[in-house]
Design a protein around this ligand. Sequence first.
Ligand code: NAD
Length: 368
Amino acid sequence: CTVGVVRESADGERRVALVPKVVEKLRGRGVEVVVEAGAGLGALIPDQAYLDAGATIGDAWSADVIVKVAAPDAGELARVARGTTLIGFLNPRGNADGIEALREAGIRAFAVEAIPRISRAQVMDALSSQANVAGYKAVLVAANESTRFFPMLTTAAGTVKPATVLVLGVGVAGLQALATAKRLGGRTTGYDVRPEVADQVRSVGAQWLDLGIDAAGEGGYARELTEAERAQQQQALEDAIKGFDVVVTTALVPGRPAPKLVTAAAVEGMRPGSVIVDLAGETGGNCELTEPGQTAVKHGVSICSPLNLPATMPEHASELYSRNVEALLELMLKDGVLAPDFDDEIIAAACVAGADRTDPVAVGAAAA
Ligand code: NAD
């Protein structure tokens, strides 16, 4: 029995689900790993590195467990046999049809997004590992797009004031964005609707913007605002945003369209040459003028909505994701056999298709 590492086919997806270092560890636990030829190339990992780690290059789609980054498209799904276990970003809240297709295909699927945010699951928290990459890169995109410096510069030719950076939505990506902007020399401010975030914002040297709204929801996530709260928030932000050179937005509410935090009027109020980087483009964007996947210039303000930023840093993003996948696999491995315990809250929550299929699947030489 085997774990298969397949080549990602989604546009621009350069990550790979397992890197050789982790293949080696799984081999040490008696797991056979088959890698599709070229699976690591996007992340600059040649097939030879997988061979050196003890994998074989071959038909990874026929493995008992397929590990992936993106959800399979129809063509990929057709290559997966009934009874196969699949692990990946399957977007269970945003892609009900895709999950239904997995169920119909008789696949037992684990969505990494559905892993609960509890301490024991931190090591397999792929949302966090990839959000960290996105938050970092978002600030670099902003700096690249900006017509102004981030740091304060004192030179013989005069002094340049530091950029003021506002991060709206301070979860994992937002915190990393604040920390990165600070390292570049920006003057940083963070805002969120979960009041407990204030201390985290201050811990990375940023100011906390308090608008007096508490919308802490379940599981550490935010809830959607009421109509009145939304109006209050948009108005208060409209006033605040004017003063910033750079706004990075990362606000998400699970299973809902991204909240609109930056109105068209707020964009109009910004100084020309300012930059907005909107990380919520996949669910519609946090800015009313965002065009997902594009950079639009409106009222002289650049509004960038890069999609899938983690794929633009494939080496480290793959390394981190790979460690997450390994931890989830390890939780399910018992004596070389893949035997998920559905009484375990992590496994029960992550399994989005085929949960009823509880017979152990033998994995690795030990079980053969
Ligand atoms: P997320 O990506 O779901 O959302 C990003 C941020 O947007 C959140 O902080 C959210 O509060 C904020 N937001 C939503 N609506 C908003 C609005 N209208 N205005 C302003 N901000 C808004 O969040 P995430 O990064 O996945 O983090 C979610 C939670 O999980 C956080 O509490 C985080 O600390 C926690 N977490 C816990 C663990 C763990 O303990 N294992 C690991 C990682 C993250």
